[in-house]
Design a protein around this ligand. Structure first.
Ligand code: PLP
Length: 438
């Protein structure tokens, strides 16, 4: 398939980040795909590519230090512990949190499950203090219709285990949370409100302040899914007024296999563990055991040490660019992409139509062409996007589409990538003979 020629470049303001310099840090962006085509990677929302600095940090750990942290008294074990804990401090500082509030998990999904299981484990905890947040019959958990399955199923399952009731906030036609019944849905029975800060499918950035204020009024915990926000905007947990925030290393230039649960210390301290085993204990006897203080209470087993060190390198890389600039960069790209897609007859964006309270996840449909076919034509042109329901099935159902094609941006994305996307969509329309469809 040949690519159609893009129309002459319009006047565009310079992007806040130096895209060419950043691309040079990402070895994978030098490879070609599908018979020598430049890789146009527009799937950072699924997983991000990694700069050399992150790859080097992991290699450094394995080549120089490799040992299990918090175990053993030999020099390597001491150095591994120091590197692991230094990384915890770096990652905590990135979101304005002290080390003791940072728990490492495998990914956001595991971090959310950790909290959900802690709340049901609380029902049978031996120590009365660890039963503080126990969830049971008559209690309610509130989510939204916008959640990724990772921030929906653990709460559904928690309700099934405990007899609590799941309630949710709906969506408006333009892809925003419908807060008209917030005061009714979040009420005196609500134990926890779980909400995404930025939708992975619609791009919507949610008004967390309004939701946390209501949750505070009724004494509910607030759990924020930051998988799509922490990588893309400055976050300070001091300003968030939540109790939990989760995010994944692999979506923010870091390695796979590491995620983060931030929890307010007073709350973490009153939660029983999710997983039990080595290193999360205080005293172990055959008759029963007691648990270490957070964060160790929630880190059973030898941790993903190299990945944590790689994630700290990713955080330093992002800090070097400046998270404010990362956010502005993506906003400029999002505005440009929305304009370019609006020019193509037959393309409909599912989600907010402008850049107000909106991040750079752009989902769209193309009249007369199934999203999987759009994705295939784009792939032939070297353009990687995601197609499907994006693990947010209730959202596609709400908007009456079977699936969407989704483009997501990051620090190495430039206007040329978006031009390639727009040209690729036109090529798909030409290929399927739907150019005239409106
Ligand atoms: N939450 C949101 C909003 C996401 O976009 C994702 C992944 O795409 C997740 C949670 C789950 O992340 P992970 O698969 O890294 O656990």
């Amino acid at each position: 398939m040949t690519q159609t020629v893009s129309r002459p470049a319009r006047a565009r303001s310079p992007l806040p980040l130096d895209v060419e310099a950043i691309r040079a840090d990402f070895p994978i962006l030098t490879r070609t795909v599908r018979d020598g085509k430049r890789l146009v990677y527009l799937d950072s929302g699924a997983t991000s590519q990694k700069p050399r600095q992150v790859l080097d940090a992991e290699r450094w750990f394995y080549e120089n230090v490799n040992a299990a942290p918090h175990r053993g008294a030999h020099q390597l074990a001491e150095e591994a512990t120091a590197a692991y804990e230094a990384a915890r401090a770096t990652i905590g500082a990135f979101i304005g949190a002290p080390e003791r509030e940072i728990v490492f998990t495998r990914n956001s999904t595991e971090a959310i499950n950790l909290v959900a299981y802690a709340l049901s484990n609380a029902v049978t905890a031996k120590e009365p203090e660890l039963r503080t947040y126990a969830v049971g019959q008559g209690d309610e958990i509130v989510v939204t219709e916008m959640e990724h399955h990772a921030n929906l199923l653990p709460w559904q399952q928690l309700c099934e285990r405990t007899g609590a009731t799941l309630r949710w906030l709906g969506l408006t036609d333009d892809g925003r949370l419908d807060l008209s019944d917030l005061a009714e849905v979040v009420n005196e029975r609500t134990k926890l409100v779980a909400v995404t800060q930025q939708s992975n499918i619609l791009g919507t950035i949610n008004p967390l302040g309004e939701i946390t204020a209501r949750a505070r009024e009724v004494g509910a915990l607030v759990h924020v899914d930051g998988a799509q926000s922490v990588p893309h905007q400055p976050i300070d947990v001091g300003e968030l007024d939540a109790d939990f925030l989760v995010f994944s290393g692999h979506k923010m230039l870091g390695p796979t296999g590491v995620g983060v649960l931030w929890g307010r210390y007073e709350v973490l301290d009153k939660l029983p563990p999710f997983l039990t085993g080595g290193s999360m204990i205080e005293v172990v006897r055959m008759e029963g055991s007691t648990f270490a203080a957070p964060p160790q209470r929630f880190e059973a087993g030898v941790p993903m040490t190299a990945q944590v060190i790689g994630l700290a390198a990713a955080v330093e890389y992002l800090q070097g660019l400046g998270m404010g600039k990362v956010e502005e960069h993506e906003k400029a790209l999002t505005g440009y992409a929305l304009e370019r897609l609006a020019e193509i007859p037959g393309v409909t964006v599912i989600g907010p139509p402008d850049t107000v309270a909106r991040g750079g996840a752009i989902s769209f449909t193309v009249d007369g062409i199934h999203p999987h076919d759009v994705g295939q034509v784009l792939d032939d042109l070297g353009i990687a996007v995601r197609v499907g329901h994006h693990c947010a099935w209730p959202v596609v159902r709400r908007y009456g589409v079977p699936a969407t094609t989704r483009a997501t941006f990051y620090v190495h994305t430039g206007y040329d990538d978006i031009d390639a996307l727009a040209d690729g969509i036109r090529a798909a329309q030409k290929f399927f003979g739907t150019s005239e469809v409106r």
